[in-house]
Design a protein. Structure first.
Length: 219
């Protein structure tokens, strides 16, 4: 009788250990990843030719989906833990925080997940700092899933080729200095913010939201 009881106890203990081990499997261990791509208003991926070019005041939409391993397991994206854009050129580096703890920065970015995390979309704008050099704009972040522990890295290069912005005073006119260009871009940013606020029945960013620099200081 003691032998049978010992066997049953050992079996239960073993089963509990197996369950604990399964529960401790991380998303990385399970090969869960997130695929990111630029998409349209219908959340359809854009072809290379259709992808948006860099333009002042432009809002870009990035879609996120669980990879095939996660989809087969019925696992969705719980949230995008954080996201930031980065660019550098000639030793000058600019960083813009766009998502903090699954939430976009008001007036600059917005993120939403649909159907239990089967797909998330992320609308984002870039500050004037990203239009003042010819560097590639790289997006980096981290995502967590509805199953599995821990998080996985996510990355997407919004612009993979160099670009440059040069402003002139009229056709064939004098070229503005870097300081003049920066001042003009700030005015353009403010103007676009007002237009975007009107479209969404919100107040301009300057009145309602913290600046990117203020957000970075708080972080």
């Amino acid at each position: 009788m003691r032998l049978v009881s010992f066997f049953l106890l050992s079996f239960v203990t073993s089963a509990e250990s197996d369950n604990d081990a399964a529960a401790e499997m991380t998303a990385m261990d399970l090969n869960y990843r997130v695929d990111a791509y630029e998409c349209d208003d219908e959340l359809r991926g854009l072809s290379k030719d259709d992808q948006h070019k860099k333009k002042l005041g432009m809002a870009y939409r990035i879609c996120f989906e669980p990879n095939s391993f996660a989809k087969v397991a019925g696992v969705g994206i719980k949230k995008l833990n954080f996201w930031e854009w980065e660019t550098s050129h000639d030793g000058v580096r600019a960083v813009q925080t766009a998502v903090i703890d699954g939430k976009g920065i008001g007036g600059i970015s917005h993120i939403e997940c649909l159907d239990g995390g089967k797909k998330c979309f992320f609308d984002t704008m870039l500050t004037t700092e990203f239009y003042q050099n010819s560097g590639t704009v790289i997006g980096k972040g981290e995502a967590s899933f509805t199953a599995g522990t821990g998080s996985v890295p996510v990355a997407y290069n919004l612009f993979k080729i160099s670009f440059s912005v040069t402003l002139r005073d009229g056709l064939g006119g004098k070229e503005y200095t870097d300081e003049e260009t920066a001042e003009i871009m700030k005015k353009v940013d403010a103007h676009n913010a007002d237009l975007k606020a009107e479209e969404s029945n919100e107040k301009p960013i300057a009145e309602d939201f913290q600046s990117t620099e203020e957000v970075k200081e708080e972080l």
